[in-house]
Design a protein around this ligand. Structure first.
Ligand code: UDP
Ligand code: MG
Length: 337
């Protein structure tokens, strides 16, 4: 007799986990950070006393990152895997590609620029050992620009008021997930998504833990203003349609106001005679309403564009090759679902 849970287990595309921990690190132009990252990360993992692997995804770097990753793979082929993308598909797709291949029972994500100190990994594992299936790091003393911190506060506010996702620090990528959560993420086939939020929606027992945060060791952030705006729209549009509903409500309020205005003007026209003044007031009102419409069209566009990307079913990412266990595979690709 098969229960629901065993039925869903048989549907999973994953082999059973064969290791304790998988560390997942997306890499985009991080040549200045990788040597120190290797130097700090591997001793922490060796000291855990658990079986582990480190899965790096090279997200189309144009510097020497892939050479450094290949060197590290050659130095530690027992515990290192490298997925090499043919182009830049973004941090969250880089993590997704690694999630599709991880062999660990617990999966930890980490940035490559040393903003997330590898020494904090054991703190997360203590929580997964205690039975939590989604552990979010909360950056203490965040070492980012004032603009980034205020922008995060704003997006945090929008997320809190429009979704039921509870996260103190959504932008912190130092996180740990149970295998079940990672499998759920992969099965979702999500694109344009924000992985920590998606993980939260799939978790049964999430928690948070304070973690240290450091300044970027070398180089500058890979997120331009445009990329940041797109990422934060991903966070909102992937999890809620509240912005669309708010807009409908605003449109109804504006219609009611406009109707009132028409009534007042008609009343004046009939009882007080025609008036030429007030023309500019009317223009002002009109411009305001037109700009509100434009914002509305923009918000609808954000949703429609993302729907289109899913519907047209293009490749989510293309893998050049995978370095693992002394074998070099030619890569495949992953389709939108
Ligand atoms: N990253 C990536 N692809 C991208 C942008 C970033 O794989 O298109 C990686 C990057 O190498 C780093 C992590 O994602 O490991 C976080 O990027 P970054 O430090 O630039 O972001 P920030 O800390 O400024 O949010
Ligand atoms: Mg960073």
């Amino acid at each position: 007799m098969s229960t629901n849970s065993s039925a869903s287990l048989t549907q999973t595309p994953f082999a059973p986990p064969s290791l304790d921990v998988s560390i997942v690190i997306p890499v985009y132009n991080e040549q200045g950070n990788l040597p120190l990252l290797f130097q700090r990360l591997y001793p922490v993992l060796d000291a855990l006393g658990r079986s582990y692997e480190v899965v790096f995804t090279n997200d189309g770097s144009v510097d020497a990152s892939i050479e450094l990753l290949t060197e590290q793979f050659n130095a530690r082929p027992d515990v290192t895997r490298v997925i090499d993308f043919n182009g830049n598909y973004g941090q969250h797709m880089a993590i997704m590609a690694a999630f599709e291949r991880v062999r660990g029972n617990v999966v930890v994500t980490l940035d490559a620029d040393l903003q997330n100190p590898p020494e904090e990994i054991p703190k997360l594992l203590e929580k997964t050992d205690a039975g939590y299936d989604c552990v979010g790091g909360v950056r203490q003393n965040r070492q980012d620009s004032i603009f980034r911190r205020y922008a995060s506060m704003f997006v945090n506010f929008v997320r809190r008021s429009s979704t039921s996702i509870e996260m103190t620090d959504q932008g912190c990528m130092l996180r740990a997930y149970s295998r079940a959560v990672v499998e759920g993420i992969v099965r979702s086939g999500a694109i344009n998504t924000f992985l920590p939020a998606l993980a939260y929606t799939l978790a049964k027992n999430p928690t948070e833990v304070p973690v240290a945060h450091e300044e970027r060791h070398a180089g500058v952030s890979n997120y331009s203003l445009g990329k940041l705006i797109r990422l934060n729209f991903d966070l909102i549009t992937a999890f809620t349609t509240v912005p669309l509903q708010l807009f409908t409500m605003l449109a109804m309020a504006c219609s009611a106001g406009s109707l009132l205005l028409v009534c007042v003007l008609a009343f004046r026209r009939i009882f007080l005679g025609a008036e030429a003044e007030g023309l500019f007031t009317l223009f002002g009102i009109l411009f305001f309403l037109v700009s509100v419409c434009m914002v509305g069209i923009g918000i609808i566009g954000e949703y429609v564009g993302r729907t289109y990307q899913v519907v047209r079913g293009r490749t989510r990412y293309q893998v050049n090759r995978v370095l693992e266990n002394n074998l070099t595979h030619e890569g495949g690709n992953s389709k939108f679902q």
